[in-house]
Structure formats: structure tokens, C-alpha cells
Design a protein around this ligand. Structure first.
Ligand code: KG4
Ligand code: ZN
Length: 400
């Protein structure tokens, strides 16, 4: 070991090629993220084959940039960390193959990190950097909500001998919250990813205009004696979780679709926003003002009501779980945790209940490699290294 506790982390699980250098799991020397949004935007979602190709193109320059920005060379590193799952198989493989080759060539240990654990460590990394961050960060159990494009999962995160253990206590039974944001945005002719657009436009609508409702998820429908479709589902069977902490976002997506059809909003969406977001002359980065100019009041009310309902559901179930489990610290993370209304309402509810809530910075909310390096640090200290045969695990589950 070179002794400075420098970990180079690589993250390629979805559509961002990211590399970061973090010292001892707390000091971020660099965090470089190459987004593929421009590649996928015209398809309205991530195209896995294109993602792998873009990762191949970007990985070497992104790692070089991370080293340069940190002002170090490969010789200064103590370990290489890489996301091994969950995510897109081909995309993960680019990062894993590169990280393995690098670790072998530099004779450094390789640490495999679960992407979801990375998101949780994004909050811890940020808290450690704050002068008034949680002091007893590594001593108390917290409830972590990972809310992203691929996941809406609630975990109990317990510190244990410098490391962390996780127990799944709730999850979505169908779409992730970010997926619902992206699908609703697509339905309304907004750009990809949809979350930031809905976040910005919701400010201009009436959140009470459309009363979307969330019923408690019925687990019986998911039992049915059917084998789990994925390894993650097999490891964490929905039937064993408290139905009060289960989420479902496919219903609201359908409700939005019905509303759009009922009010004939689609022709307007295509005519006015098509040119802005997907047309041949679409600007690379449309402004919020330009998007706003294409939306009538009905559409803005729909957007605000959708967001209000989704955030309300996340708030209600997360706090219900915290109360039932006797937890006083909440970590809210993942791409959707960048949302303004979500942050405001979680903060207000935590204050009302005298609980602590923490979020990552906006940059650490969406996918990045600094969070992977932070999650790798306790593993590095514990000597938990990846086997030489490490491969991608697209449905890797976190904890029990
Ligand atoms: O964590 P992330 O970068 O990737 C995954 O692991 O999935 O999350 C991406 C998701 C997308 O669905 C995107 O629309 C959503 O996070 N997102 C947002 C916001 N920023 C990103 N959703 C709501 N409001 C935002 N400001
Ligand atoms: Zn993510």
C-alpha cells in the first residue's frame, strides 16, 4: 500500500462513464462524469448497446482526467474499485474489464462495489465533508431510501466494525420512481431524462389540480407461487416485506396516460415539444424557459400534481418505516433525490418529527464514481478484495 489511502473508482453501470479519486473514503480529490445523455436522448431512454459503446470510448479519457484533476499518477494509488452490479450487463463489463486490467497491471487490489451501496455512501461522503455533519455517522443505524431510475429501495443501514450491513425493508414492486418520472416526461414529449424537466416545470403548476391517489400495495398479487424473475427478487422476496413499505409507480404512469388522452394533450405535446426535444433541429440543451413556453396550464398542473403525488408517497412510506422501526436518521439518495420538492418535503417532515435527514450534493445524487470509492474504503480496510474472476452481476442485490 502506498499509504495515502487513495482509491480510484470506476462506475459504468448505466449511461454515465465515471471515475473518481477519493482519499480514505472521505476526501474527494476528483470526480469526473461523462454523460451519454446526448446519445440516448433521441431514443427517449438508454439503449444498452449504445451505452456499452460509449463507455468503451470514454473510459480511458475519463480515468486520465480523474488522475489529472486529482494531481496524482497511477503509482500513487492504493486500490481500484469498480461497480459490479446492478446495472446493464454490457455497460458494467466495460468498467469491470478495464478495472481488472488496471489492477493487474499496477499490482493493486480490486474492490467490487454494489451500485446501491454506492448511492448510500454518497450521503455519508457528503456528511463527512460538512463541518456540522452528523458526528456519530458511523455508529447509528439509519434508514436509507435509494430512489433512482432503476431503484426505489428502503434499507436499514447498520454500521458494523467500520463496515456497513444492509437489510431491505421496502421496495417498489414494479417501476422505480425515476422510471415513472422518465416515462411520464416521455409521454408529455419532454426530454430524457425526464426527472429534471418535471422538477423544473412542476414549479409552474398547481400540485392539487389532479388528485392522484396511491393505494397500499397488495402483496398477494405478487405471491401466486411464481418463481422470482430476477436474482435480486429471489434474494429479497417482496412477500416477506411489510406491505406498508412497498411502492408501486406503474399505476400513476397509467393514470397520467389516461389524463393525457382524456384532455387530448398528446397532439400538443408532439407539435410543440417534438421540435424542442427530439426534432432534427432540436437544441443540445433546451432551456427551461423554452420548455415552459410549450406547456399550457393544464399540462403544467398535470406535471405538478404528478410530482406532488410521487413525492408524497415516498415521504409517507419512508417516515412510516422510520417510525415503525424506531429509526431517527434518514439518508435519501439516488437521482430522484436531486428533486427540489422531494428535498423540501423530506426536510420539513423530518423537522416536524425531530428526525435527522441527509441528502448527497446534487452532483453526488445522480450516478458518479466518488460514491463507489467511498463505499470501497471500508472494504479496503477490511481486506475484502474481489476475486480474479469478478464478472458483472446485472441483478446484484444489496444486503439481505
Ligand atoms: O441515480 P441515477 O443517476 O441513475 C440510476 O441509478 O438510475 O438516477 C437517474 C434517475 C432518472 O430517472 C432521472 O430522471 C432521475 O434520476 N432524476 C430526477 C432528477 N434528477 C434526476 N428525478 C426527479 N427530479 C430530479 N431533479
Ligand atoms: Zn444510480
Amino acid at each position: 500500500m502506498n499509504g495515502q489511502g487513495l482509491i480510484l473508482a470506476i462506475e459504468t453501470s448505466c449511461d454515465e462513464t465515471a471515475a473518481a479519486i477519493v482519499q480514505r473514503g472521505e476526501r474527494t480529490l476528483s470526480s469526473v462524469v461523462a454523460s451519454q445523455i446526448a446519445t440516448h436522448a433521441r431514443y427517449g431512454g438508454v439503449v444498452p448497446e449504445l451505452a456499452s459503446r460509449e463507455h468503451l470510448r470514454a473510459i480511458v479519457p475519463v480515468v486520465r482526467a480523474a488522475l489529472a484533476q486529482a494531481g496524482i499518477t497511477f503509482a500513487d494509488l492504493d486500490a481500484i474499485a469498480v461497480t459490479s452490479g446492478p446495472g446493464l450487463a454490457g455497460a458494467l463489463l466495460v468498467g469491470i474489464t478495464y478495472a481488472k486490467a488496471l489492477a493487474f497491471a499496477l499490482d493493486l487490489p480490486l474492490i467490487a462495489v454494489n451500485h446501491l451501496e454506492g448511492h448510500i455512501h454518497a450521503v455519508l461522503l457528503h456528511e463527512r465533508s460538512l463541518p456540522d455533519g452528523w458526528k456519530s455517522l458511523d455508529e447509528q443505524t439509519a434508514l436509507a431510501l435509494v430512489v433512482s431510475g432503476g431503484h426505489t429501495h428502503l434499507y436499514l443501514a447498520r454500521p458494523a466494525n467500520g463496515s456497513w450491513t444492509y437489510t431491505l425493508v421496502g421496495r417498489t414492486v414494479d417501476d422505480a420512481a425515476g422510471e415513472a418520472y422518465d416515462k411520464v416526461a416521455k409521454l408529455l414529449g419532454l426530454g430524457y431524462p425526464g426527472g429534471p424537466w418535471i422538477d423544473a416545470l412542476a414549479l409552474h403548476g398547481n400540485p392539487q389540480a389532479v388528485p392522484f391517489a396511491f393505494a397500499q400495495v397488495k402483496t398477494k398479487a405478487h405471491l401466486g407461487g411464481q418463481p422470482a424473475r430476477t436474482k435480486a427478487a429471489a434474494t429479497t422476496p417482496i412477500a416477506q416485506l411489510n406491505p406498508r413499505f412497498l411502492f408501486s409507480f406503474s399505476g400513476i404512469k397509467t393514470a397520467v396516460l389516461r389524463y393525457v388522452e382524456l384532455h387530448n394533450l398528446r397532439p400538443e405535446a408532439e407539435a410543440r415539444r417534438g421540435a424542442l426535444f427530439t426534432g432534427p433541429d432540436a437544441p443540445l440543451k433546451p432551456t427551461v424557459e423554452a420548455a415552459l413556453a410549450t406547456c399550457d396550464p393544464l399540462t403544467l398542473d398535470l406535471i405538478a400534481s404528478f410530482q406532488h403525488a410521487v413525492v408524497g408517497d415516498l415521504v409517507r412510506k419512508t417516515f412510516a418505516a422510520a417510525e415503525a422501526l424506531g429509526i431517527t436518521r434518514l439518508l435519501i439518495t439516488g437521482g430522484v433525490a436531486a428533486n427540489r420538492e422531494l428535498r423540501a418535503r423530506f426536510t420539513a417532515e423530518a423537522n416536524r418529527r425531530s428526525l435527522l435527514v441527509a441528502f448527497p450534493t446534487l452532483a453526488l445524487s445522480t450516478d458518479n464514481a466518488a460514491m463507489i470509492a467511498a463505499a470501497a474504503w471500508p472494504r479496503f480496510q477490511a481486506g475484502e478484495f474481489a476475486p480474479a474472476g469478478l464478472s458483472a452481476d446485472p441483478s446484484l442485490a444489496l444486503g439481505r
